[in-house]
Design a protein around this ligand. Sequence first.
Ligand SMILES: Nc1ncnc2c1ncn2[C@@H]1O[C@H](COP(=O)(O)OP(=O)(O)OP(=O)(O)O)[C@@H](O)[C@H]1O
Length: 278
Amino acid sequence: MSASACGGAAQASCPSQDKLTANLNGIKNKIVVLSGKGGVGKSTVATNLAVGLSLAGFNVGLLDVDVHGPSVPHLLKLTGVVPGFEDGVLQPVPWSDKLGVMSVGFLVESRNDPVIWRGPRKTGVIEQFMREVNWGERDFLVVDCPPGTGDEPLSVLQRLQPDAKVVVVTTPQQVAIADVRRSISFCRALGAPIVGLVENMSGYACPHCGKVEELFSADGGVDLCAEMGVPFLGRIPIDPMLMRDGDQGNPFVAQGRANPTAEALQAIVSKISACAKA
Ligand SMILES: Nc1ncnc2c1ncn2[C@@H]1O[C@H](COP(=O)(O)OP(=O)(O)OP(=O)(O)O)[C@@H](O)[C@H]1O
């Protein structure tokens, strides 16, 4: 089976869903970043994708629905920010004039408090995000999901239908691949088209010379794409600068570096923007 990015079947929406998604009507392209496995770099990919698209001139929203570990505020140096609330709707927090951000992390009072919410509460928060954030006119909404195929990705994909597309993130190891295979089946069961798969932490980028060395098994993501007919979007190496930038709240793609990691991220941004509805 061969695969190309951008594909996707439209599905009929229902009136109650139309009401729930009214504040999403001005968004041309919805990209959901997910993975069956935790810690593979979903937030890193989602944040750099959103920033990269905004730097390419697109008007972008970034929505973080990881209720248990919302990391987007930290990755963009926006921790402690309280979003505005006007006319009954939340206002995205501006990172720049081209990128607005909303995260469940903005609504949790303390960064040290655990979020102990059962499924319906989590689903309710996600539906509130869908319904009550004034996204306005955007070229893209990038959604960072928590790991797995549970309530949060299910709610997001159901609410964003019929036109959400998915970017799946994995690492090369078989233990991640097995979970990510389930994510692909999950998307297919929901009728959500997959733009492609990113193999993150694929090899190691030397901080001195930039050369990428294979560390563990390679090509797990490529093989999975071939097996399941999913487009391959690229490999991002383990790069200490990518981690350090994230820790410091400086998105890597905005630092103007020229190395294999920057090239890989830029290529992913270009592939996603090539699929954009104008
Ligand atoms: N290619 C990479 N090179 C180096 N560090 C990376 C890379 N990708 C991600 N990281 C680091 O790995 C850690 C986990 O990344 P991230 O939070 O993006 O994963 P996640 O999949 O969103 O996690 P979770 O499942 O907890 O939501 C972070 O410290 C991040 O900086």
